[in-house]
Design a protein around this ligand. Sequence first.
Ligand SMILES: [Cu+2]
Length: 159
Amino acid sequence: MIRLFRPAALLAPVGLALAVSACGQPPVEAPAVVEVTDAFCRPTQVGRDVTGCYMTLTASRNDRLVSAAFTGADKVEIHEMTTTDGMMRMAELPDGLPLPAGEAVPLKPGGNHIMLLGLSQPLAEGERLSMTLTFEQAAPYEVNVVVAQPAAPASHGGH
Ligand SMILES: [Cu+2]
């Protein structure tokens, strides 16, 4: 009986070694991080309870902006802008916004944006708010957003 067990005991270390090498790449990877810069929301227009928010997202690994949340809004959606027959329209990105590794993905006026819908109170220029971004890979990120008009290259100059 004892003899029967021996081969198994001898094989065990070999099996272990195979399992380790079969895993291939070392499990030590840089954590998924998304860098967020230049975040701002437009002030709400009089009588409106919606506005757009913009920022630049750079993911360390292939990732996806899945959703955004703001406690002062009923709903927050990730929108894309498309032009159909000369008409610009926006639509929710149902699968979120892809963030290719290392690529700065801009959300900007006239382009993709985060849409706040059903704001409980208007957003005035100079206010700050906090929004939570949720990603497919990276940990949820709380971003501080300033309420500001988009920089207008032509009209205002520096001051
Ligand atoms: Cu929108």
